[in-house]
Design a binder for this molecule. Structure first.
Ligand SMILES: Nc1ncnc2c1ncn2[C@@H]1O[C@H](COP(=O)(O)OP(=O)(O)OP(=O)(O)O)[C@@H](O)[C@H]1O
Ligand SMILES: [Mg+2]
Length: 357
């Protein structure tokens, strides 16, 4: 579990140290008080970047040169201090037990995070990239060596596309082979994790709402898998050359989310989509826990938004069964009502100051 978090210079938060409950911790406070910023700080610690911006600068407090987040993790008798600093010029430093580590992914390995952000519905309605990230983010925590294969594929596809733009096709057969081989590997593990995620989703979604009975998750690998990736690449080669990019392969993969055969984005209401989004994230968290034997930390921003009282309570019942959860809301009453009297460590946020109630 994450025992505490210290935040320095993330948006309006400075000199903040919050001890976290082993179960549920909740932050409430007015608009603009700093709730999402606190979640953003924990996400930065666990993932190495913000979920609100791709750059460091907007996140760093006005007038400050850098921001820093430190947290202490304790698990199965061992404890570990993790820290990250981000600088205005885009630089970053990550530390484990005070020692610099070469890659931010070394931090990310330590702390599986499941984020339910307020504008996350793009997972259902937006481009496939977010849905690929759902699969890849899961695999990162459960499949050893996944990141290395993912990086090799990304490098090979970059090379092929760069070649295509210059009118060269398969100039070097070594990286053509690399592309086909890593692409097949990537797809095999994605297909397996998508099946498991789909099974978990079918269990969890109806617990959150009867309207989510009949939801399904189907994996789309990015090419017709009745043939090998190598064959599919060969077949599309001439058109790829004309268009200047590779049209088939795992970089075009997607997952299709349906209810009774109809795309959820076409049939669900806003509130139902939020419930579906939460169900997917819970399914991801539970799958990571089942496969890696490590309980993820759930970050749920503005839980009550867009949900009626009954559905808030249903979400809280599912969340309450998870290990460590951090929730936010504008008002205390709605959180306490939804949480239904189970233990909840409450903090009030006011102009960047976080105090225990
Ligand atoms: N780089 C920055 N430096 C200082 N303050 C910032 C920076 N970026 C944003 N802020 C301010 O930080 C405050 C906290 O924002 P945050 O998004 O955390 O609020 P919130 O409590 O989640 O509000 P809401 O309920 O509206 O979602 C806001 O007042 C915002 O204007
Ligand atoms: Mg917010």
């Amino acid at each position: 579990m994450l025992e505490y978090v210290e935040v320095e210079g993330v948006r309006n938060l400075s000199g903040v140290k919050v001890p976290l409950s082993a179960g549920a911790t909740a932050l409430f406070g007015a608009n603009g008080s700093g709730k999402t910023s606190f979640l953003e700080a924990i996400y930065l610690l666990g993932v190495g970047r913000s979920f609100r911006t791709h750059q460091s600068r907007p996140m760093i407090q006005h007038g400050a040169e850098f921001c820093r987040v430190v947290g202490r993790l304790s698990e199965q008798g061992r404890s570990l201090t993790m820290g990250i600093e981000k600088y205005r010029d885009g630089g970053a430093k990550a530390r484990l037990e005070g020692e610099p580590v070469p890659s931010l992914s070394d931090l990310a390995q330590q702390l599986p995070l499941i984020l339910v952000e307020t504008d996350g519905l793009g997972l259902l309605t937006g481009p496939p990239e977010g849905r690929r990230r759902l699969l890849d983010g899961t695999l990162f925590h459960v499949e050893q060596g996944f990141l290395a294969v993912w990086r090799r594929y990304a490098q090979a596809i970059r090379q092929r596309n760069a070649g295509l733009r210059r009118g060269i096709l398969d100039g070097d057969s070594a990286w053509r082979e690399e592309l086909a081989q890593t692409g097949e590997q990537l797809t095999a593990v994605r297909a397996a994790v998508a099946t498991q995620l789909g099974e978990k989703l079918c269990e969890i979604a109806p617990q959150l709402s009867d309207d989510l009975r009949g939801v399904e998750l189907a994996f789309r690998p990015g090419w017709d898998r009745r043939e090998t990736l190598a064959a599919a690449l060969d077949k599309s080669a001439q058109t790829d050359k004309i268009q200047g990019f590779t049209r088939v392969g795992p970089h075009r993969a997607d997952i299709k989310l349906t209810r009774d055969g109809v795309l959820v984005s076409e049939v669900l209401s806003r509130g139902q989509m939020k419930l579906m989004f939460v169900a997917i994230k819970l399914a991801q968290g539970q799958l990571i826990e089942a496969l890696s034997h490590r309980a993820p930390f759930y970050l749920i921003d503005d839980l009550p938004a867009e949900l009626d009282q009954a559905h808030r309570a249903a979400v809280c019942t599912e969340l309450g069964a998870q290990r460590q959860v951090l929730l936010t809301a504008v008002d205390r009453g709605s959180l306490e009502a939804a949480w239904g009297g189970h233990p909840l460590e409450l903090f009030h946020v006011e102009q960047g100051v976080i105090s225990r109630c």
